[in-house]
Design a protein around this ligand. Structure first.
Ligand SMILES: C[S@@+](CC[C@H](N)C(=O)[O-])C[C@H]1O[C@@H](n2cnc3c(N)ncnc32)[C@H](O)[C@@H]1O
Length: 238
């Protein structure tokens, strides 16, 4: 079950990071994003640390605002965010032609939202692989298409502050305003670690950039491709 309450959000910020070190982790993480990102070799060397810090800091916000599955979905009129996410996971299972009993590897599985839904939907056994320890603890060929292109509702709609939504209230302008002040208060009284408000702030910035990239059609988070290794012993393999 996903942790969706204010207390879970507050106590989850920082993930595996010691609560007293959350603030310095936020500092380090933000420094990875100065306008010039540093030498390529340094960036490569710091990649794992950057990803880990990001997911340690942001996972409880994801769960609070989005749910157990950390991806976007194309969306139909009248469909809630949750319904569209589940439908998209079913769609992926169908595209992969998953059959009961098959073994599947989910690389970069987050906290396992899609993994669990796809395993249930297709009666397969899905193993998750992830480089972020906190998310693991929270969760225990060729065909290409940009699924977002045919979406009746834009994939970035849940993050678009100009819309009203009761089903995804936490993502609306008012919902975010409440979350901002709630996180501030939780940080002030010491329930949330120092730095929590800054995490919320950089996630807000990321959301704004996603909406802007989506509107300009220069970014999609839903580029899907299906790949299969050639079957051994067939002409495809030679
Ligand atoms: C945007 S999240 C998506 C998670 C999940 N697929 C979902 O939709 O809920 C990307 C995930 O990839 C994981 N990841 C990033 N780089 C990785 C790597 N080199 N090896 C394994 N996992 C990685 C992150 O920890 C994170 O869980």
């Amino acid at each position: 079950m996903s942790k969706g309450g204010a207390f879970d959000l507050a106590t989850g910020v920082g993930g595996q990071i010691n609560k007293k070190e959350v603030l310095s982790a936020v500092d380090t993480y933000e420094k990875y994003h100065v306008s010039y990102g540093g030498e390529e070799e340094d960036r490569k060397a710091n990649y794992t640390d950057m990803v880990n810090k990001y997911y340690d800091l942001s996972t409880s916000f994801y769960e609070f605002g989005w749910g157990e599955s950390f991806h976007f979905a194309n969306r139909w009129n009248g469909e809630s965010l949750r319904e569209s996410i589940k439908r998209h996971e079913h769609y992926l299972a169908l595209q992969l032609c998953l059959k009961p009993g098959q073994k599947v590897l989910d690389v970069g599985c987050g906290i396992g939202g899609p993994l669990r839904e796809i395993a249930r939907f297709s009666s397969t056994s899905v193993t998750g692989l992830n480089n972020n320890e906190y998310q693991i603890s929270r969760g225990k060929v060729i065909w290409e298409k940009d699924l977002a292109e045919e979406s009746p509702l834009p994939w970035y709609l849940p993050l678009d502050t100009s819309r009203l939504s009761f089903s995804s209230f936490r993502l609306t302008t008012v919902g975010r305003f409440i979350t901002t002040n709630m996180v501030k208060a939780l940080e002030f009284v010491g329930l949330a670690p120092k730095g929590s408000q800054r995490v919320q702030s950089f996630l807000e910035k990321a959301a704004e950039s996603l909406v802007s990239g989506g509107r300009k059609e220069i970014f999609t988070p839903m580029y899907f491709f299906l790949a299969r290794k050639p079957l051994s012993g067939t002409s495809e393999a030679s």
